[in-house]
Design a protein around this ligand. Structure first.
Ligand SMILES: C[S@@+](CC[C@H](N)C(=O)[O-])C[C@H]1O[C@@H](n2cnc3c(N)ncnc32)[C@H](O)[C@@H]1O
Length: 203
């Protein structure tokens, strides 16, 4: 049910800033990319010409079918497969870029997923991320802990609002090269706030 609601809400989110963030997330990329938890394929249209191929992982059947449809319309060659971020079906050091957008909140095991992203990246390769993360104030973080322990993950496809994702990216062995806090419409009214857009590299 969440997958269907998410797809319905996506155009409004795009109008409220998400489309611009997706463009910036992917700007200037070149080479071979793996996108984890690609959802319905909202990013596909924003891949720049320098990208040679995208392997898009999506475990949820309804979203995977939507993504496959969008892949067939994309300028960039995109292949959509049924796989999870905790087990990326690629050899070590085989891609130039990993893309994670609004997915590190939902993966079952964030540490394992990030370790997998690090494993498949070639040395010097980049992780590009667009995520909502733990809030900056104690009061907001307390709210996030409360909703994460109760209904939020059940209602929002396994999403957790309070994950300290940028710290987890560092812990997985990445160097975080840039992080910017970005606005997405009225997201500040939701526990899933703030959003960040960033870049990290595999040393
Ligand atoms: C909020 S949606 C975001 C979709 C898309 N990345 C976007 O930017 O709109 C979260 C996505 O993460 C996927 N997901 C959840 N657990 C996952 C996992 N363990 N590995 C890969 N994807 C996962 C869901 O199926 C869903 O497509």
């Amino acid at each position: 049910m969440f997958a269907r609601l998410y797809e319905r809400a996506a155009p409004a989110m795009d109008r409220q800033g998400a489309a611009g963030h997706r463009r910036r997330l992917l700007a200037g990329l070149t080479g071979d990319v793996v996108e984890v938890g690609a959802g319905g394929g909202a990013n596909f249209v924003h891949y720049p010409d320098g990208v040679g191929s995208v392997l898009a992982l999506e475990p949820e059947p309804y979203l995977r079918e939507r993504a496959a449809r969008r892949a067939s319309e994309a300028r960039t060659p995109v292949r959509v497969v049924d796989a999870v971020a905790e087990q990326i079906p690629l050899a070590d050091g085989s891609v130039d870029v990993v893309v994670a957008s609004l997915v590190l909140c939902s993966v079952t095991d964030q540490a394992i997923a990030l370790r997998e992203m690090h494993r498949v990246l070639r040395p010097g390769g980049q992780l590009r991320f667009y995520e909502h993360v733990a809030a900056p104030t104690r009061a907001r973080r307390a709210l996030q802990r409360l909703v994460d322990a109760t209904a939020w993950p059940l209602l929002a496809g396994g999403c957790h609002t309070g994950r300290d994702t940028v710290a987890a990216i560092r812990t997985a062995g990445f160097a975080v090269d840039a992080v910017a806090v970005v606005d997405v419409g009225p997201a500040h009214l939701s526990p899933a706030w703030p959003h960040v857009l960033g870049r990290a590299s595999r040393a």
